[in-house]
Design a protein around this ligand. Structure first.
Ligand code: NAD
Length: 468
């Protein structure tokens, strides 16, 4: 059992209170995290503001080198971070679990270190010279969810550092331990105050809300649910904060009649069940043409049957438990409700504790809660269609627009259809495969702004134009 401290101004920061963090695989206590006060938050922001004075003036090559040093730290402590992540998040060490997440965090950090936003010359002639500079904003407030705590922390922190900003991060109360350690490690190679962390139990002290109104925070980067994101935007309005909001999704996959069910089954399964479905851009609704509907269902069920589900710390597990009770209850409610109208092809019955087996339900349609709501868990509705226009309309009939996919053996035909889906990312014959050099973000209710690539990096800057 671990009792980590906050890191503020480069030092361990004592707190008066702590809250319990549980291992979702066993229900046992995993650690006791600091329950920070608003005064602790103020100290963290003050430290970041102070550090910004010199960090923002640091030469570009040194910022890059610092990001490379952070990347190396993550690599050196990969196994320790992976175990801590599994302990509190529940995801298995293996498969697309915590070792994979830490590897991803390292890859994203490395790529972000390599990016830059050089001065752009807009004009240079006998009427004058016009330069576009990208300048850091100030203190960035990062608010993260519990599904990929380490990777998302890296997605928020590294571009902020790379562009000369300083950071205060607040992880989810469900998974604070791995982020506390990550920030402690970062502080071994960064100047004091450049990255600070506060954690809290989301009780009476609403740290996220206080960050969203804090006068000394210039930007909030938030990953989480739509309703909380909306509150962040409302609170941030008074101080005109810059915002990147990565919110929920209800991604649709469309399988065309010419797809090969056996060949696509594995990709469909992991598109939907990556991290037990607790993935923003997981496939959460699958539309399959009538002519191959039954064959696709059969191939998916065959694949799902052989995926080992168990304690995240057991080397043989490939899927773990649902991360928390609230999410578990949501999945259970949606699956119970679906039983009335649909057919459960596999799974459907909750296991011990927070374990819920991969569940596939056919016979549903838009209008059913399991199709319309973001389940964010291991339950996939498969919806039969006869006309592809009907499938596209059903896929687009959602307030969300994060990702989507088209599955076909005719790549060109799939590409044409892909462009008609209302979402920020669309994949062909795969789903959810984000990468650090491609901007990622949602349209409609799935968010504002993008992360990754130069476009994502630019969101951590304000433009200054110099006319001479
Ligand atoms: P959540 O919105 O409940 O919590 C996210 C964070 O916001 C947590 O750190 C929480 O403590 C904090 N918070 C709570 N109240 C707040 C307030 N009033 N102001 C500011 N911050 C506050 O989300 P969650 O349950 O942790 O995560 C699941 C959701 O996140 C899903 O909807 C999922 O789709 C979404 N998500 C989106 C992406 C993406 O990139 N689009 C990635 C991962 C998760």
């Amino acid at each position: 059992m671990t009792e980590p401290t906050l890191t503020i101004a480069g030092k361990p920061h004592p707190v008066d209170a702590r809250f319990d963090v549980f291992n979702p695989s066993t229900g046992a206590l995993a650690g006791r995290a600091p329950n920070a006060s608003l005064a602790d938050l103020d100290e963290a922001v003050a430290a970041a503001k102070q550090a910004f004075v010199s960090w923002s003036q640091t030469p570009d090559a040194e910022l890059r080198a610092a990001c490379e040093a952070v990347t190396a730290k993550i690599g050196e402590h990969a196994e320790e971070l992976a175990r801590l992540l599994t302990l509190e998040q529940g995801k298995p060490l293996n498969g697309l679990g915590s070792r994979w997440e830490i590897g991803g965090a390292q890859a994203w950090a490395a790529h972000t270190a390599s990016l830059s936003l050089p001065v752009k010359l807009l004009q240079d002639d006998n009427t004058g010279r016009v330069e576009l500079h990208r300048k850091p904003i100030g203190v960035v407030g990062s608010i993260t969810p519990w599904n990929f705590p380490v990777m998302i922390a890296v997605w928020h922190i590294l571009p902020a550092l790379r562009t000369g900003n300083t950071v205060v991060i607040k992880p989810s109360p469900h998974t604070p331990l791995s982020t506390l350690r990550l920030v402690e490690l970062m502080n071994e190679v960064l100047p004091a105050g450049v990255v600070n962390i506060v954690t809290g139990d989301d009780g009476e002290t609403n740290l996220g809300g206080a960050m969203s109104t804090h006068p000394d925070i210039g930007k909030i980067v938030f990953t989480g649910s739509g309703p909380t994101g909306t509150r962040v935007m409302q609170s941030a309005a008074a101080t005109l904060k810059r915002l990147t909001l990565e919110l929920g999704g209800n991604d649709a996959g469309i399988v065309l009649p010419d797809a090969d069910p056996k060949q696509i089954a594995e990709g469909l399964f992991w598109g939907a069940f990556l991290n037990n479905g607790q993935t923003c851009a997981a496939m959460k609704r699958l539309y399959v043409h009538d002519s191959i509907h039954d064959a696709v269902c059969e191939a998916l069920v065959d694949y799902a049957r052989n995926v080992p589900v168990g304690d995240g710390l057991a080397e043989g597990s490939i899927l773990g438990p649902v991360q928390n009770r609230m999410q578990f209850d949501k999945v259970k409610r949606l699956v119970e409700d679906a039983k009335g109208r649909g057919e459960v092809l596999i799974g459907g019955t909750p296991g011990e504790g927070l374990f819920f087996p991969p569940t596939i339900v056919s016979g549903l349609a838009n209008g059913d809660p399991l199709v319309d709501e973001e389940q964010f868990g291991p339950a996939l509705p498969v919806i039969r269609y006869t006309d592809v226009e009907e499938a596209i309309a059903a896929a687009n009939d959602s307030p969300n627009g994060l990702g989507g996919s088209v599955w076909s053996s005719d790549i060109e035909a799939a590409r044409k259809l892909a462009l008609r889906l209302e979402c920020g990312s669309v994949w062909i014959n795969k789903h959810g495969m984000i990468q650090p050099n491609a901007p990622f973000g949602g349209v409609k209710g799935s968010g504002i702004g993008v992360e990754f690539g130069e476009e994502g990096l630019a969101e951590y800057t304000d433009i200054q134009v110099v006319f001479s």
